[in-house]
Design a protein around this ligand. Structure first.
Ligand code: MN
Length: 236
């Protein structure tokens, strides 16, 4: 059945497979699902009013077609008056699996990128208050700008290094990957006990403190040492 489905013909056209470029290659990385880790830096957990003492990691998702290519100018999102930036390290899964042990987890990583977990904070806050799902705060059009990916085979697995975000040249978020409460291998191990990870899945690994609103006309520049530089502009 799987082989039949590979050559299936469809009644409507979905358009191109969401994907990201790869640094130094003509090939692209196909994006499957996007998992995001919540409150993974203690200083950000505290600014959101939570105690960061290693409660188990928790996850939410964005659709693959929320990906925005590096350098794009995008419209301020609909449905919000308080859209926030969250700069994050992105992990690209190359090999799927489930119940992956921590000491084997990095074998499943194809590479890394830099991403923004854009958040309609007002809608998320309302959802929290009402005990409702976060989706409409997190999973919306153009909510996941990302850089091209770099292969782990070339850069290794960054466990420390600066992560920052500037708006119009001014530093708003600044941290270090070493400040993650759950490191990449722990995130993969934990998530793979809840779902079967698939090639093409991305994990957005959480954001350091300093999240805040963006405005029309803002230029966002994000950086992770050794991984990449992201630049996104909100149309005036
Ligand atoms: Mn986030």
């Amino acid at each position: 059945m799987k082989d039949d489905l590979r050559n299936a013909k469809y009644v409507i056209d979905l358009g191109p497979q969401p994907s990201l470029p790869i640094v130094g290659s003509e090939l692209r990385f196909p994006v499957g699902r996007i998992y995001c880790v919540g409150r993974n830096y203690a200083d950000h957990a505290r600014e959101m009013g939570h105690d960061p003492d290693r409660e188990p990691p928790f996850f939410f998702m964005k659709p693959a077609n929320a990906v925005v290519q590096n350098g794009a100018t995008i419209a301020y999102p609909v449905g919000t008056a308080d859209c926030h930036h969250e700069i994050e390290l992105v992990v690209a899964i190359g090999k799927g699996g489930r119940n992956i042990p921590v000491d084997k987890a990095l074998e499943h990583v194809w590479g890394y990128g830099v991403g923004l977990d854009m958040t309609r904070r007002d809608l998320q806050g309302e959802a929290k208050k009402m005990g409702r799902p976060w989706e409409m705060g997190k999973s919306f059009d153009e909510s996941a700008p990302m850089t091209a990916l770099k292969a782990a085979a070339e850069i290794g697995h960054p466990a420390k290094g600066a992560i920052w975000l500037r708006i119009n040249g001014e530093v708003r978020q600044s941290g270090d990957l070493a400040m993650q409460i759950w490191n990449v291998q722990e995130q993969i191990a934990y998530l793979s006990n809840l779902v079967t990870l698939c090639p093409g899945d991305l994990i957005m690994t959480g954001t350091p403190a300093g999240v805040g609103p963006v405005k029309k006309g803002d230029r966002l520049e994000g950086h992770v040492d050794g991984v990449g530089d992201l630049s996104i502009t909100y149309a005036a």
